[in-house]
Design a protein around this ligand. Structure first.
Ligand SMILES: Cc1ncc(COP(=O)(O)O)c(C=O)c1O
Length: 393
């Protein structure tokens, strides 16, 4: 299939309003980067923040902990909180989504409610916490997706009953980009007395998120992808009223409200979300995230959504006009900036793109492209032209 029919012809339109940021992401000097949903591109401000940390470490060693680094942790909790409409006290820091979810999994009482409901489209590390607890009687129920793209809230609601401790699912599904109605999921969980945890790693940064308005109990996201902070730093939102009454059964000195008493005889947990923290955070990751957030905060998530959403819609429209069938939600409002293009051999297609300096990703049966505010229409037009012979019709 050729895209030379004009389908993918480059438009002579003005670059979008956020294109000015592109020069701050050096990868674009010699590559086309379309893989933010795996790892956000490194920005100059992010690099500068990491160097700031290294300079402090070099100049001051541990003495930087007490006045600077400690404050950086508080600053990050507050800024993560603002991103999802939460207070700083509702935010715990963690090194990965897996660790954040493990802390929650450790705090639930499975005696009367042994069931945990997840979906077939979630990133599996969410389900793994509870599959690992099957020897303790935990039952994991996986709600299937009828179309392989999204999971109807009604199907989730049908799986929840008065034996359900938790519904855990995603805000944006990582292999389809479909947006879940998380307020609907929370309502379905609460209707049966269950709690609701949302893995929002693929949404926070590219979509506006309001944890209070959605009514969720727990929400986790972090630096790796759409928050431009790289590896090793995530946050866990815990609804305020819950934080004080849930007792994690994993702990570390950062969960202790007076951690500098160093008393091995008594564990007094923080009465806010920090009771779900464990050990010393990775400061380079904290600093990288503080740098990445400078972009997100300066631009604002609604403006990011407008630009990244429009790029994704343009990519979808061009792929469809070229005779391809992107796997995506039927309504644009349910789609995010993750676009899946069916390919018989996605790994070969991704290797071929890489040979042309285009960075994308493969997931089973698909090439995955994910434009962000630093991308231009030209990026995905070039990628589609190169990809066309490798895609399925
Ligand atoms: C939706 C989602 N959740 C979780 C993860 C990974 O979680 P962790 O931080 O435990 O590696 C990913 C991918 O990296 C993801 O896409």
């Amino acid at each position: 299939m050729s895209l030379a029919s004009g389908v993918a012809a480059r438009d002579r339109t003005e670059p979008h309003s956020l294109a000015r940021y592109r020069s701050e992401f050096p990868i674009f000097r010699d590559k086309i980067y379309l893989n933010t949903c795996s790892l956000g591109a490194l920005g100059d401000r992010t690099r500068r923040k990491v160097v700031e940390h290294l300079d402090l470490w070099q100049a001051r060693g541990a003495s930087a902990w007490y006045d600077v680094w400690w404050a950086a942790l508080g600053d990050l909790r507050a800024r993560y909180g603002r991103l999802v409409g939460a207070t700083p006290a509702e935010i715990a820091l963690a090194p990965s989504i897996s660790v954040a979810v493990t802390a929650i999994a450790s705090a639930l009482d499975y005696r009367k409610r042994p069931k945990v409901v997840v979906t077939a489209l979630d990133f599996p590390t969410v389900a793994y916490q509870w599959l690992a607890k099957r020897p303790q009687g935990v039952e994991v129920v996986v709600v299937e997706s009828p179309d392989g793209i999204n999971v109807p809230v009604e199907a989730i609601a049908r799986a929840v009953d008065d034996r359900t401790a938790l519904v855990a699912t995603s805000h944006v599904y990582f292999t389809t980009g479909a947006i879940q109605d998380i307020a609907g999921v929370a309502a379905a969980a609460h209707a049966k007395g269950a709690l609701c945890l949302i893995d929002a790693y693929q949404s926070v940064g590219q979509l506006p998120v309001d944890a209070h308005a959605a009514g969720v109990d727990f929400l986790t996201a972090g630096g790796l992808k759409w928050l431009l902070g790289g590896t090793g730093i995530v946050f866990l939102y815990v609804r305020e009223a819950l934080a004080a009454r849930l007792e994690p059964t994993v702990a570390g000195w950062f969960s202790h409200r007076e951690q500098f008493t160093f008393d091995p005889r008594a564990l007094a947990l923080h009465d806010d979300a920090r009771r779900f923290e464990l050990g010393t955070p990775a400061l380079a990751a904290i600093y990288a995230q503080l740098g990445g957030l400078e972009y997100i905060e300066e631009i604002g998530v609604p403006a990011i959504r407008a630009v990244a959403g429009a790029l994704a819609e343009d990519l979808i429209a061009r792929a469809m006009a070229g005779g391809f069938r992107p796997k995506c939600a039927a309504r644009a409002a349910d789609r995010s900036a993750i676009v899946m293009l069916p390919a018989p051999d996605p790994h070969a297609a991704v290797r071929d793109l890489a040979a042309a300096g285009i960075i994308a990703d493969a997931r089973p049966g698909h090439v995955r492209l994910s434009p962000f505010f630093y991308n231009l229409q030209d990026d995905h037009v070039t990628a589609l032209e190169r990809l066309a012979p490798q895609l399925a019709h």
